[in-house]
Design a protein around this ligand. Structure first.
Ligand SMILES: [Ca+2]
Ligand SMILES: [Ca+2]
Length: 358
């Protein structure tokens, strides 16, 4: 895999086979190997800092095939390793602890559950991300979480005037269920164009204590995006609770230059990974459909056998929660182990690993 601009190799990119659980990562030499089933397959390549791209390949039985990816750098990419002009606070911020910093995060945990991440998201040599306060001990979840008000992280100007179908992408972490009063405080994402009013893109209440990819189709919010900023507001304003947020690998690019899995750069759906995982009870997946779409959702065991059918219906546009209660179609509960949840909608499939612990 190489970079379009200078032909240099790109390491740490994920190459996945769309509709399957197969994924490989490119090494320092830019190479990867994937044991693909015979047939025509769609391969997706994603690495922070580059536009995702896909290729269709037809592979016959027993054949070894080379599929080269040439990926274009994003118009803007910030791995948070250096200061690119973010503001760590804004007028009106009133949190007393856990205010935004750009650091190598000190992770905190309660039991086996991560509260603040212990790693940034950037593959390879990355260490730093934006996080709401850095403490000194993994065991003290209350030492440097957000307390007493709001803290706001604001991007530098993202100059996208004239860009066709600009997309802002970032990776996000959010935890607010590690103590009393879980799920009360939202993690707010907003964007603004040309210094205009802030428009809310999402209010996340649900703990998503993993690095989750988020993509914003900016043209859905502004007819002529030009000098755009994005900001992230974490808060503890209802009852006192443990709140941690983190942001890394913020980028934007023009979707029209992407060989997209979906038509015209519009996502067939936007989805969050299953949570909680590991799970001992019900598991939920957030699904957002831009239009009414036929949705198929199934659970597979590690042998690839379908053990539960979750959805087979046309779902209306908007946000939905897919729920697996841990039961099997044949009756009984799923045993401990690894499972895959496959969601298909609008001709696109996504697969997520889920660990069940009994
Ligand atoms: Ca980073
Ligand atoms: Ca913190």
């Amino acid at each position: 895999m190489v970079r379009t601009t200078d032909g240099s190799v790109v390491s740490d990119a994920e190459i996945s086979l769309v509709g399957t659980t197969l994924v490989a990562t490119t090494g320092a030499d830019g190479k990867y190997a994937l044991a693909a089933p015979p047939g025509t397959v769609s391969m997706r390549c994603e690495r922070p800092g580059f536009k995702p791209s896909t290729q269709i390949a037809t592979i016959s039985n027993g054949q070894t095939k080379t599929v080269n990816f040439s990926v274009a750098p994003a118009a803007f990419y910030d791995d948070a390793q250096t200061d690119k002009g973010w503001s760590l606070s804004t007028a009106g911020d009133d949190a007393t602890t856990g205010t935004w910093v750009r650091v190598a995060p000190v992770g905190t945990t309660t039991g086996l559950v991560a509260v603040q991440p212990s790693f940034d998201h950037t593959p390879g040599a990355g260490t730093a991300c934006f996080v709401t306060g850095n403490g000194t001990k993994a065991s003290d979840i209350g030492e440097a979480d957000v307390d007493g008000g709001r803290t706001t992280l604001t991007s530098p100007l993202l100059r996208m005037a004239g860009m066709s179908n600009p997309r802002i992408v970032f990776w996000r972490w959010y935890s607010n269920n590690a103590s009393d009063y879980p799920g009360e405080d939202p993690f707010v994402t907003q964007i603004s164009n040309n210094g205009g009013p802030w428009v809310t893109v999402s209010n996340l209440y649900t703990t998503s204590n993993y690095w989750e990819r988020v993509e914003i189709p900016v043209a859905s919010y502004f007819t002529q995006p030009a000098d755009v900023r994005i900001r992230f507001v974490a808060m503890d304003i209802v009852n006192p609770s443990v709140v941690e947020a983190a942001i890394d690998d913020v980028e934007f690019y023009s979707a029209t230059m992407v060989t997209a899995v979906t038509e015209e750069g519009a996502p067939a759906f936007v989805i969050g990974a299953p949570r909680p995982s590991p799970s001992s009870g019900p598991t939920e997946i957030n699904l957002e459909l831009p239009k009414a779409t036929s949705v198929a959702a199934d659970v597979f065991n590690v042998q690839g056998r379908r053990v539960r059918t979750l959805e087979r219906r046309i779902m209306p546009a908007g946000r939905h929660i897919l729920r697996w209660d841990g039961r099997l179609d044949q009756g009984g509960s799923a045993a401990s182990g690894v499972y895959w949840i496959r969601i298909g909608a609008g001709g696109v499939e996504r697969n997520f690993k889920l660990v069940v612990v009994r």
